[in-house]
Ligand binder design. Structure first.
Ligand code: CA
Length: 514
């Protein structure tokens, strides 16, 4: 089936922009806290937004993000294709699916093969090659830990076994000339970072506040953080509201105070949540960190405005994946096709270029790199290696032809074989799935390549995914979804496509044009 081509209507704003004087390239600030689910944004309960989704928002306070949403295009159905930290980061940076970015599993020392391909062309490589100053602040988690501690050569950066945290040396920073980052480390009020020169910093304060301070320093450019007069691309990767979310030290007291006295019936508004799970108290700390991120994000926006940089700066707020938080009876916060894990916030503000609205385009993680480059006017510089779509015309409404996705691929991998030393080789592609306009489907398999589980949800009539539609009793629906999945697997050149998994599983070949 040919991909549908659509002509995007031309907006008055875009036309006005065409008649103005030539503008310098926009700056870009890409903010992505870890594990921040789309449902934890208060504005979704406001009338203008609520009509675009079928679920209720969490009882959170997010006034700065609410204000930002009112100035942005807000995507209601953006997804994290492989909703796990490291694979997301590999995909965001390269525009490639995990098999090609190199990051197929969460990075740690026992999985040395899951690491960002050093030869991959990253979004920052392209920006840097086109005159941008690029900065990275916060959690990277896209590389296997190496024995390269700058303060203790020949050793990992800590004595944790296995090591998860990592130091990224200059030759692996992909065009980022300003660096203030770490691999992965989950102590929100005692974080650490390695700077551009490889010097470690232990600021002993809330990481979200500290990283925002560093981002503000980058904006002010008082110490040559970036090239004066050049446009910049800044990635800001907060760790909260990621776990831990168990105790007072995991968040700021002023934020906890908002939620501390709330009972489960108030905290949990989703009918698919099981508050008898051991994790149930976590919601208070999770929401507190949502509010902490909101406050610091607001402080960043205020500084951007104070410096007069807001007019020519594209600001994105998104996350690497969501958080189930007791929904679907699982203790695993992510790595599933459930809406709470798979759907992510995605808002872009680009003053005078992008009109505020809610948009239902199904943006996938691989689409981010080509889309961001094109928004900056670098459409011709999108590397051939990028597998995602350039959706800039959808966002700009500039009238150019654009290949709007009618479905999104879902990927879940688990460890491959372990050798005698505990080292994991390769990965096993345990589940693939697809989200369409109305349905979500996941097919999970065993190591013997037989179906172990199929999930099908009618996301329109059953937004909390309470009823799994039995695939054997609904052969036409199953066939149509399998056809769409196969199409997406082929587009991604996924191992399921290359090795003919759908055929081996005996799924309906389904490539009927319905
Ligand atoms: Ca993550």
């Amino acid at each position: 089936m040919d991909k549908k081509k659509w002509i995007v209507p031309v907006s008055g704003l875009a036309l006005a922009a065409c008649t103005g004087e030539v503008q310098e390239r926009p700056n870009i600030i890409y903010v992505f806290p870890d594990q921040f689910r789309n449902q934890s944004l208060a504005f979704w309960n406001d009338e203008e937004y609520a009509e675009h989704v079928r679920w209720k928002a969490d009882p959170v306070r997010s006034p700065n993000l609410d204000r930002f949403a009112d100035e942005a295009v807000v995507l209601s159905r953006a997804v994290s294709t492989c909703p796990l930290s490291s694979p997301y980061r590999g995909m965001f940076l390269t525009g490639m699916y995990p098999e090609r970015s190199g990051v197929t599993l969460n990075c740690m020392a026992l999985r040395p093969e899951s690491t960002l391909n050093p030869d991959a062309i990253c979004i920052s490589d392209v920006f840097a090659a086109n005159g941008y100053s690029c900065g990275y602040i916060g959690k990277l988690h896209a590389e296997t830990p190496m024995k390269n501690d700058p303060a203790n050569p020949g050793h990992y950066v800590s004595d944790r076994n296995p090591e998860w945290d990592a130091y990224t040396p200059p030759e692996r920073r992909h065009g980022f000339s300003y660096w203030y980052s770490y691999g992965t480390y989950d102590v929100h009020k005692d974080p650490h970072y390695w700077d551009t020169e490889g010097v470690r910093h232990d600021p002993h304060e809330y990481s979200v506040k500290h990283e925002t301070d560093k981002a503000i320093e980058f904006l002010r450019n008082g110490n040559g953080e970036r090239k004066e007069g050049a446009p910049f691309f800044l990635a800001l990767a907060y760790n909260p509201p990621h776990s831990p979310y168990e105790k007072a030290e995991d968040c700021m007291p002023e934020d906890y105070a908002i939620y501390g006295d709330m009972g489960y019936s108030e905290l949990y508004v989703r009918p698919n949540a099981d508050t008898t799970l051991s994790k149930a108290p976590a919601a208070r700390y999770y929401f507190a960190n949502v509010t902490g991120v909101d406050r610091e994000f607001g402080r960043l926006l205020d500084e951007l405005e104070r410096l007069g940089l807001d007019r020519n700066t594209i600001v994105v707020f998104t996350s690497d994946h969501g958080e189930t938080m007791c929904s679907q009876g699982t203790l695993d916060p992510k790595n599933s096709i459930y809406t709470e894990s798979f759907n992510v916030p995605f808002m872009i503000r680009y003053p005078e270029k992008i009109r505020h609205r809610v948009d239902s385009t199904m943006l996938s993680t691989t689409d981010i790199m080509p889309t961001m480059l094109a928004l900056a006017g670098l459409e011709d510089e999108i590397p051939e290696s990028a597998q995602g779509r350039n959706l800039a015309s959808v966002l700009l409404e500039d009238g150019k032809e654009c290949d709007i996705p009618d479905a999104a691929l879902y990927i879940r991998n688990v460890d491959g074989e372990k050798d005698g030393n505990g080292i994991i080789h390769g990965f096993f592609p345990v589940a693939r799935g697809v989200k369409t306009d109305r349905y979500s489907m996941e097919i999970a398999i065993g190591r013997d390549t037989t179906i172990s589980r199929v999930l099908i949800f009618d996301d329109w009539n059953d937004p909390y995914q309470l009823e799994n539609i039995p695939y054997k009793d609904n052969p036409e629906l199953f066939a149509a979804l399998c056809g769409k999945l196969e199409e997406k697997l082929e587009e991604a050149d996924d191992v399921w496509h290359r090795e003919g998994f759908m055929e081996k599983l005996g799924t309906p070949t389904g490539k009927n044009d319905q």
